[in-house]
Design a protein around this ligand. Structure first.
Ligand SMILES: [Zn+2]
Length: 62
């Protein structure tokens, strides 16, 4: 199991990027409700697997 599942996410509201502790690969694909660490706006983060890496894509919650 890969212990490092941090993912880079770009906020759809303020376009800052930050890193989130992502889900375990066995839990992917999954969607998380998340608040931006920079502007605190809500977003939805979609996690999916690309090869064995967990990829995160953020979407506006609106
Ligand atoms: Zn933001």
């Amino acid at each position: 199991m890969n212990a490092d599942t941090h993912c880079n996410v770009t906020c759809p509201s303020c376009f800052e990027s930050f890193s989130v502790p992502g889900p375990a690969p066995s839990e992917v694909p999954t969607d998380w409700d998340y608040d931006c660490e920079i502007c605190c706006r809500p977003m939805v983060i979609h996690f999916y697997l690309d090869d064995e890496r967990v990829i995160a894509e953020a979407d506006s919650d609106q």
